[in-house]
Design a protein around this ligand. Structure first.
Ligand code: SAM
Length: 259
């Protein structure tokens, strides 16, 4: 039974890192007039209300996007997409990764989103109703294996597990290796938490050991949302990282360092 709900964490500093980098990647990839595929294994509900009781309870958005939005120029793709979502859904709306992507992608692009939690999948369907996204109510890793290589072949896969299932850390390197074999041109992006006890580290070592092409690892640190929380930072690991992404990660690191 899945209990994780992203509404408690939407717009936190981990989302800022992940969503800012993904927005940059999609903006870069859509600059070329060639269609692409966008896939997500763990989509979430896509539209979050930051004035909700759940979001207010943790205060993570207040310590996240509320502070961090000013880090980005008004024409940064993350800010542009957030502004468009607010215009559409109201001042407290925050876009999860599927909605951010939908705002940055074009009519010729294809979107595949997996979400296993029934309530989150319903909400995802509602939030994405005006976009021609395919919603897969199934395990996201199975969806990715089934859809890859996607058509169009050019594209991006985002993997953001909630790591509720502890074996995720062990099996993700193998899953990514297999997906890359099936889809060698795909940009694969994995989000992971940086944990106080270092229990995420074997996964990173195993990912790096595979010698996948054009890998890029970016990590930021921030104070835990609560003293007893294990997460002390956020990481992204890319395969086939687009040209220019490294400079973007360096610029983002500078912003987190100033926190
Ligand atoms: N990608 C979202 C974003 O950045 O806005 C956040 C997603 S949240 C961290 C993880 C989501 O994955 C949850 O909504 C959870 O219900 C869903 N989930 C958990 N296990 C799953 C699985 N095996 N397949 C698909 N979805 C899953």
């Amino acid at each position: 039974m899945l209990s994780y709900q992203h509404i408690y964490h939407a717009g936190n500093l981990a989302d800022v890192q992940k969503h800012a980098l993904m927005a940059w990647v999609l903006d870069y990839m859509t600059a070329k007039d060639k269609p692409l595929s966008y896939l997500e294994t763990h989509a979430g509900r896509a539209l979050y209300d930051l004035s909700s009781e759940e979001a207010a309870k943790t205060g993570e958005a207040a310590a996240g996007i509320s502070i961090a939005e000013a880090w980005f120029d008004a024409d940064h793709p993350y800010r542009r997409a957030l502004a468009a979502v607010r215009t559409q859904f109201g001042p407290d709306a925050y876009a999860g990764s599927p909605l951010l992507a939908a705002h940055l992608l074009r009519a010729q692009d294809k979107i595949h989103l997996a979400e296993l939690h029934p309530g989150e999948a319903d909400a995802l369907g509602d939030a994405m109703a005006m976009y021609s996204a395919k919603i897969h109510r199934r395990d996201g890793f199975e969806m990715a294996q089934a859809v890859c290589p996607p058509a169009p072949r050019r594209g991006v896969l985002l993997i953001v597990p909630s790591y509720e299932i502890k074996t995720d850390f062990d099996r993700i390197p193998g899953i990514i290796g297999k997906l890359h074999k099936k889809w060698n041109v795909g940009v694969i992006a994995l989000w992971y938490p940086i944990l106080k006890d270092g229990s995420h580290l074997p996964m990173i070592t195993a990912l790096e050991f595979q010698n996948l092409p054009k890998t890029l690892r970016h990590e930021v640190r921030f104070p835990p949302a609560k003293d007893k929380h294990r997460m002390i930072g956020s990481g992204m690991f890319f395969v086939n990282a687009p040209w220019g992404l490294e400079a973007e990660t360096q610029s983002l690191s500078g912003k987190f360092d100033a926190l």
